[in-house]
Structure formats: C-alpha cells, structure tokens
Design a protein. Structure first.
Length: 244
C-alpha cells in the first residue's frame, strides 16, 4: 500500500510546481524522488521521447538508476522500452525470471541490486511521451493501490510536460522537450564539476545544485549552465541541510 499521507503531499507539491515557465527537469526529478518515498521503492526515473521519437533519460532518483536506464537504452531492451512502445503498463516483473525476455538488461539490473521492475506510460490521448520507471531491491508485486498511485504520478508527469497544451501547438511542445533534454546534458556536466570540487558523489552533487537553485529562486538549468561554464564556482553553492 502506498503511504497515503506522503502520496497526497507529493501530488500537492508537484501541482504547486506547475507554474508558468516551470523547469521540466526539476519537476520530473522531484517526481522521481517522491515516487521512491511514497511508494516504498528503491529507485525511480523518467524517460522522455525527443521530437525524433528516441527515448532519453531525463530524471532519476539516483545515479545508479540513471546508469541502468542508460544501459537499457543502449541494449535496446527492458521494461521502459516495452511500456513506451506498447503504451501499456509493464508491472510486477521479477527480474530473476526475465533473463530470456531481456537477456542483457535483467542480469545487469540484478547486478546493480534490483529485483523487481515496473514501468508506466506517460500518455496524452494516443501519444506516449515517455515512461515513469520504478525499481525495487527486493522481489514482490505492487498492489492494486500502488499501481493506481504510480499511474497517477505518471499522469502528473505528463501534465507537467503538456501544461497549457490547448494553447500551444506541436512545435512549441517539441521545443520544450528538446530544451529539457538539452538541459539534462548541461546538468550532468555541472554535477560532475560539483562532485569533483566537493568530494561528494553524483547524487549529493545533484541535490546541492537543486537545493541552491530553489534557495535562490533560480532555474536548475540556468544554474547548471553557469557551473558547467565555470562562471560560478561549485564551492559557492549552498550547503545541504539535514533532510535535503
């Protein structure tokens, strides 16, 4: 069963972030984090399709999750790709039993410590924009309430991308998706610089970037660009407070 209090808080927090000129990467990173806590998961991530239709990793709750999702794309197999291609939920999969289905992905996921996988399509009508991907370090099925909650969170992610869809055309939507994907590249560069400069791992580096952006009302992508370009020193970022 999902943690109902955390789930409600997560939905409210995500809705509060859907304001004009919101940062897609930041909102979807927040979604990934909240999925982990509200649904009792080990890791979560979001993949989005570029205008050309190719899936790319856009947000993840940990660096190990991001690495596994990149491997999934590289090997061209796994639950995220199936959910995207079919437009159907791919849930309650015991990775130990999926070796024949995903001969490269399943053993790699197991080697990373994951035992069960679940992917949910992010859809607008019949168009699938991406997937919300959930992993657990122990085997076991998601209950019906968990599945409903996870799909609701995937729908929130979709809303974050297509907000104001009625008043924007397809080209604007494609530009937004392209900008989000380009921002992800810059953020990864900034994470590396912060990690190297502060002696922290990539997850802590990302949290420090996001924490500083929120504290100073900055767009995460803009802050990451300044760090990546060297116009802002990694050491000048706000330190994380306990619980961040």
């Amino acid at each position: 069963m999902p943690n109902q209090t955390l789930l409600v808080r997560s939905l409210v927090e995500l809705a509060d972030n859907l304001v004009d000129d919101f940062d897609v990467v930041d909102v979807l990173s927040l979604l990934s984090d909240r999925c982990v806590h509200a649904l009792g998961l080990t890791a979560a991530g979001v993949m989005l399709a570029s205008p050309s239709g190719a899936l790319q990793v856009i947000a993840s709750s940990s660096d190990s999750m991001r690495t596994l999702e990149l491997f999934q794309l590289q090997s061209d197999e796994g639950p995220c790709l199936e959910a995207y291609r079919t437009g159907e939920q791919v849930v309650n999969l015991d990775l130990a039993a999926e070796g024949s289905r995903w001969p490269r992905f399943a053993p790699r996921a197991a080697a990373e410590g994951f035992r069960s996988a679940h992917s949910f399509p992010m859809q607008l009508r019949r168009r699938t924009l991406g997937t919300l991907n959930l992993l657990r370090s122990e085997p076991g099925a998601l209950g019906e309430a968990d599945i409903v909650a996870a799909q609701a969170l995937a729908d929130i992610a979709t809303i974050a991308i297509i907000q104001h869809q009625i008043v924007i055309d397809a080209q604007v939507l494609n530009n937004q998706l392209s900008a989000a994907l380009n921002s992800r590249v810059v953020i990864e560069q900034a994470k590396g610089k912060v990690s190297q400069a502060t002696g922290t791992d990539m997850d802590q580096a990302f949290r420090r970037l996001r924490n500083h952006a929120r504290n100073h009302n900055l767009r995460l992508a803009d802050l990451a660009s300044r760090v990546a370009e060297g116009t802002l020193s990694p050491g000048s970022l706000d330190h994380l407070q306990p619980g961040n």
